[in-house]
Design a protein around this ligand. Structure first.
Ligand code: ADP
Ligand code: ZN
Ligand code: ZN
Length: 830
């Protein structure tokens, strides 16, 4: 026994990172007999507060007892060795400092939830219970069951108690002091098991098996089971293969009698066992394909390698369809041959489907895939795979940057300009590209950024010589860049007096394409049927009761849905204000486009890809598969269809409405619009088919559209960078936004105002903008105000300035007046 109050040299304390939004570290004490077992980077279970149990990560081990509280003991150690890499603790801290959040919040996002344990209520008999006379007959029966099982979880109770009100039943037992409830912790990850069956070892020999079959002469059904088994594993292989056996399912699927099967198990002739298997299908080595680069690609690949010798980060500016993936593959292979690990980041799941298929053909099972549509168990498997060195190459989305690589040599960030690399909510509001570059810098890895439309920030770094720059300006093979035309939608409508929102140019082009059996993509960055409903009599507009936005009309579900808070309501038949029946939908979403297309081209097969049609796990794959197989004439979708997809037969892309993108009130809207239009145009014309792009607009003279038509990235960049410099926007400054949220509008505004003043007092007024109302002023009844902080580069000590901002937020959050206000900092807002 150790004395709780005496600390000796041997008393160990742990600083533990816990997934809570509180800035300080939490110190726990190690029971002496566990001293030898604690290592930095391993998980421990600790109690936190009165009755919460949590998984934490050991961030340091030391002898310093905390000053102002008595350290609790840890409850359990979950790992013998670290589950994160040595650099990760550093990265977590860097992110917390840089993105103004807490290290616990970083850990919470970084670890797949399968690595965090949950606490689960279990019940057991109260050992001091001695009043059985209080119990009903049912309760007595239940206690007998409980005694046999030691303890039961709530889920297990259901099995024993059936349909009764379990909570009430248990409550009654607790009130009689017959049982006690306690929290047990349980690992959420469970490896996938396969039920397998094999012959008991004594029957493995040829003679033995024949004797066995003979001995079952009288029970023909059992004999059949054994005969079927030896069909699946032939005699002469029995000796080597019996131990592996076959799956129970395979055997039963062949129609043998399940009850005879059971008898054979009971008799000890067959035995069942469980095999832990990978959740990912396996691919045979001899099915793997090589790659063959074109001369141009070869040259570019070499140039990239050369530049990586000079700088750590290189930007590959390669037009759509130039075959950047093949170049990545070449470089990944070379890196793997050098014995280092490789990480490839992709911005979104929609994009991963095709690229992963392509990479899978080259790398097979040596490649791990990590994304958010995977189940927890699948994610833990990849995590462990990296830890145990089964995967030296992983392709994944944003959060893959947290995987526990120990020997990372190369990070590839495809479509580096994509804003979905930035996490919006919850904290850490990190940019995966920037984080990856930081990580690479720390561990000495190289970074390749790839894009047909690089972000202004990255291109600027390249021009300044901080990044290397490699250009690839031709498409692979004989493919040409598509021809982009504008359709002046206002003029078309006036001239033709058409009601439909499809201009005649686009309509004719779609008809032609259907006749030629070629495919079309129609892009509209707005889901649902229509952005709002409007009463023609009184001008009522359906809007969300808890957000300051209109409700989007969804036709198929016949619902009005808020795209900010998810609120849904039935579509009214009559105007809720004046009772008129003249309600019409205004504006156009993907669902309406799909509907209109069905009317215009009744013979065509039309498919839609947007958030609403891709909620299930395999939805993307199915839609993309259908388009690839050629069974689809028209694919309608939101920005999901604009990115990275590569379809042979798409020869026409229609942009339904370019104007909303161009005129969006944000300093990045020009950049976004140029990228989006160029990317979506890039889907047209692969392989031998030349592509055509039709952009519908009301402002055909807009200079940005001309640059899209000319595929003039440089012209676009030159113009944009001048604007950025003039108004001191990134890359010339860093932008931090702090939003305040509260149900009381005045309070939220006052909090933002006070914060702005405090910040200005030290940072000067010029650097602070606001408070301003957010573009959407109210979401979920919370009023949102913003304070913008613009910090010019190279003049300020950024780290100290951030610490100052954090301090101000912390102080205000502690102030009685503003305690209930939420302050949300977002660094490098995109
Ligand atoms: P990007 O990502 O640059 O837009 P992709 O990597 O999608 O371009 O390549 C465009 C098309 O060209 C794809 O269908 C791809 O399979 C094909 N391709 C590119 N390079 C090669 C190559 N070396 N060998 C065979 N096919 C290639
Ligand atoms: Zn009305
Ligand atoms: Zn809402």
């Amino acid at each position: 026994m150790h004395d709780d109050n005496v600390y000796t040299e041997e008393t160990l304390f742990l600083d533990v990172i816990l997934p809570v939004p509180i800035p300080q570290a939490f110190t726990y004490r190690v029971p002496r007999d566990l001293n030898e077992l604690v290592v930095v980077g391993a998980r421990v279970i600790v109690s936190f507060g009165k009755n919460r149990v949590m998984t934490g990560l050991i961030s340091s081990i030391h002898n310093k007892a905390p000053q102002n509280y008595k350290a609790k003991y840890i409850d359990e150690i979950l790992d013998e060795s670290p589950i994160i890499s040595s650099h990760q603790l550093w990265l977590f801290q860097w992110m917390a400092d840089y993105y103004l959040c807490n290290v616990g919040e970083v850990m919470n996002i970084a670890l797949p939830s399968g690595l965090k344990v949950s606490s689960q209520s279990r019940i057991q008999i109260n050992p001091t219970f001695d009043s059985p006379e209080l119990l009903s007959a049912e309760e007595v029966e239940f206690l007998n069951t409980l005694e046999k099982n030691d303890s039961l979880s709530y889920d297990e109770l259901k099995k024993f108690l059936g349909d009764i009100d379990i909570a009430k039943f248990v409550k009654s037992l607790i009130s009689k002091h017959a049982v006690i409830l306690y929290d047990a912790v349980k690992e959420k990850y469970s490896p996938k098991k396969l039920k397998k069956v094999r012959l008991k070892r004594v029957y493995e020999g040829q003679e033995e098996i024949l004797n066995l079959i003979e001995s079952l002469e009288k029970s023909s059904k059992q004999q059949e089971v054994i005969m079927t088994y030896v069909q699946l594993i032939p005699f002469h292989e029995l000796h080597e293969k019996n131990q592996v056996g076959i799956t129970k399912k395979d055997l039963l699927d062949l129609g043998v009698s399940p009850s005879s099967y059971k008898t054979l198990i009971e008799k000890g002739i067959l035995e069942e066992y469980e095999l832990t298997v990978s959740r990912f299908g396996e691919i045979r080595k001899d099915e793997l394909q090589g790659i063959h680069l074109s001369d141009v690609q070869e040259r570019v690949s070499n140039e990239l390698l050369e530049k990586l010798g000079e700088t750590n980060t290189v930007l590959l500016h390669g037009v759509t369809g130039s075959g950047k993936t093949e170049i990545y593959i070449d470089l990944i292979k070379k890196a793997l041959d050098n014995g280092v690990q490789v990480l490839m980041l992709l911005p979104e799941i929609a994009l991963t489907t095709q690229i992963v298929n392509r990479l899978r053909k080259v790398f097979g099972d040596a490649m791990g895939v990590y994304h958010s549509k995977f189940s927890d168990n699948e994610r833990v498997e990849v995590w462990k795979g990296v830890l145990e060195d089964r995967y030296s190459f992983v392709v994944g989305v944003r959060s893959a940057v947290f995987l526990p690589f120990e020997n990372l040599g190369l990070i590839i960030i495809d479509e580096e300009h994509e804003s979905s690399y930035k996490q919006y909510d919850p904290a850490p509001r990190y940019h995966a590209r920037d984080t990856a570059i930081m990580l690479a810098h720390k561990v000495g890895a190289k970074v390749i950024l790839g894009s047909a439309t690089p972000s202004i920030e990255s291109y600027y770094q390249a021009k300044e010589g901080k990044y290397g720059l490699v250009n690839l300006s031709e498409r692979f093979g004989d493919a040409q860049l598509p021809k982009v035309e504008l359709a002046n939608i206002r003029e078309e409508k006036a001239r033709q007096k058409i009601k439909s929102d499809f201009g005649s140019t686009l309509q004719a082009a779609i008809s032609q394409n259907i006749e030629k059996h070629e495919q079309t993509i129609i892009f509209q960055n707005r889901r649902g049927y229509a952005p709002y409903l409007n009463c023609e009599e009184c001008n009522w507009i359906g809007s969300c009761h808890q957000c300051s936005v209109s409700l989007t009309y969804h036709y198929k579900e016949h619902l009005l849905i808020c795209h900010y808070c998810g609120h849904k309501e039935k579509t009214p038949h009559l105007c809720p204000t004046c009772g008129s029946g003249k309600i019409k939908s205004v504006g156009i979403g993907t669902e309406k486009i799909e509907d209109d297309l069905n009317v215009l081209y009744p013979e065509a097969k039309i498919i839609r890809m947007d958030l609403d049609t891709t909620r299930s796990k395999n939805a993307y794959q199915q839609i993309i598969g259908e388009v690839e197989s050629g069974g689809v004439d028209i694919l309608v979708g939101t920005q999901m269809v604009s990115k990275g997809l590569d379809f042979d037969k798409v020869s026409l892309v229609g942009v339904f409405d370019a104007d909303r993108m161009i005129y969006f009130p944000d300093f990045r809207s020009g950049e976004r619009a140029f990228q989006m239009l160029t990317q979506v145009s890039g889907r047209a014309g692969r392989k031998e088919k030349p592509g055509r792009v039709i952009i519908q607009t009301n402002s055909p003279t807009h200079p940005l559209l001309k640059m899209v038509i000319d595929n003039d990235y440089h012209g676009f960049y030159d113009k944009e960078i001048i604007e950025r410099e003039r108004y001191n926007y990134p890359p010339f400054s860093r932008l931090i936004r702090v939003t305040t949220k509260h149900v009381d509008k005045t309070l939220s505004h006052a909090a933002a105002g006070t914060l702005a003043q405090r910040l200005a007092s030290k940072l000067s007024k010029e650097r602070i903008l606001g408070p301003e109302k957010a573009l959407v002023e109210r979401v979920r009844n919370q009023y949102i105000f913003e304070v913008w902080i613009k910090l010019e580069k190279n003049k300020l000590n950024i780290a100290a300035t951030k610490a100052f901002i954090r301090e101000q937020i912390t102080e205000m959050s502690a102030d009685k007046k503003y305690k209930s206000v939420r302050f949300v900092p977002d660094v490098d807002v995109v």
